[in-house]
Design a binder for this molecule. Sequence first.
Ligand code: GLV
Length: 342
Amino acid sequence: MPTGRRSRLHKVFVTRDLPGDGLRRLRDEAGVDLWPGGMPPPRAALLEGVRDADGLLCLLTDTVDAALLDHAQRLRVVSTMAAGYDNIDVGAATAHNVLVTNTPGVLTETTADLTFALLLAAARRLPESERAIRDGRWTTWSPAFLLGRDIHGATLGIVGLGEIGQAVARRARGFGMRILYTSRTPKPEVERKLGCSPVTFDELLAQSDFVTVHVPLTPQTRHMFDAKAFDRMKQTAIFVNTSRGAVVVEADLQRALASESIAAAAIDVAETEPVAKDDPLLRLSNLLVTPHIGSASVATRARMADMAVDNLLAALDGRQPPNCVNPQVWAARPMSSDGSTA
Ligand code: GLV
């Protein structure tokens, strides 16, 4: 039920249909304008959608920038159904007093599962093996056919030991791997608990058999995997990325794979998504690529949608959203004379 503070039915623009029953709950509480179909709204439709909206529920495919915020005079909250929010100019939102919320935590284990699936698949050359059978190239058991790399006993380098990095480390322990990590902040307790050793970025690149990335995309992490980084990696190394495509200079990754200066890569993300059918990356047999499905399990996507709706409704209802990335907007909100929020 709408609370007393909701003086009119708030208007919310939702940029895609959502899994689970979050949208039904949202419709009970707000006037929902849902962008139809399976593709993101084009820019003009997004601008039109937010023009007189109080809330925006968006996905990582929607760009929320200063121009959009200028245009959305009534907007109070942008709720993204994702942990990463690099598609949103949070500084501009803060300047416009617009709350930005995300869905961290619920996708941690699911994303770590996919990271490990990619690592295992690349190490044991599963896509090539499958193609070999379908192409009729499985003629006999052969001592040197499709040899891959062992995971047990190998060294895993985790770049970014946040929640997802730690969940990957837990899996790696079960596989008997040695674990190195780099992180913005030292994590001595996690180190002890998960048996991870801190190293410099260069040491991690030089020593790891597998390098996996779990950093948010920021100006500091953008393009951190460039030609220099790939050159430092072992020739037998496998690179895994389930974070954001733009942490990698894709042309440099392509060169490293084509020249076999690293053995293979498995990526769930690309700088430009979707990857075009004729992208040169797709010609590489030592690259495994999936279409940004890190959090794509039935249960997790429903939880993310629920969380995005909860964040949005809290903000519209004048309650502090549970997952706010710019809490200074909340702290600075105007108070009415009875001490409640406007
Ligand atoms: C997915 O990439 C997310 O950030 O939730």
